[in-house]
Design a protein around this ligand. Structure first.
Ligand code: NI
Length: 139
């Protein structure tokens, strides 16, 4: 069966991120990086399929970024204005001279919130993005 045979692909990531990943691989007792990646991918797929895209959810998007990254603040503001109907509140924390933490509280359909989260976390200069949600009853 072709679906179950092993396929190879290459992954590029920053050295710091790779070091952290290798640390995780050791901590969790994986044999190697491939085994760890497979496990993380399975976990992500399960999480993804669990969600009903039409369900109304509330949650938060947490972003760490460097505000000196060119165009990042403009792009981030534009995305948030574009999706203003999904955003309940935004709080910005200046962590040090360059790094910022932004907490965005959101409410809306799963598919819309996921799209917003992907748009924000994929912006160049965002070093970490975390999306947490809880289902809420539709009013
Ligand atoms: Ni700041």
């Amino acid at each position: 069966m072709s679906g179950s045979s092993l396929k190879r692909f290459s992954v590029s990531m920053e050295g710091d991120l790779l070091s952290s990943f290798d640390h995780l691989v050791t901590l969790r007792g994986y044999e190697n990086r491939s085994e760890a990646v497979r496990d993380l991918v399975r976990e992500a797929i399960v999480k993804q399929s669990y969600n009903d895209s039409e369900q109304i959810i509330a949650g938060s998007i947490l972003l760490f970024y460097n505000h000196e990254q060119r165009n990042l603040l403009e792009e981030m503001t534009e995305v948030q204005h574009d999706k203003h109907d999904l955003i309940l509140a935004t709080t910005h924390f200046h962590l040090d001279y360059g790094s910022c933490l932004e907490l965005i509280v959101v409410k809306g359909k799963v598919k819309e919130i996921q799209e917003l989260s992907h748009q924000l976390t994929s912006l160049k200069g965002v070093s970490y993005g975390k999306f947490t949600v809880a289902p809420v009853e539709e009013i």
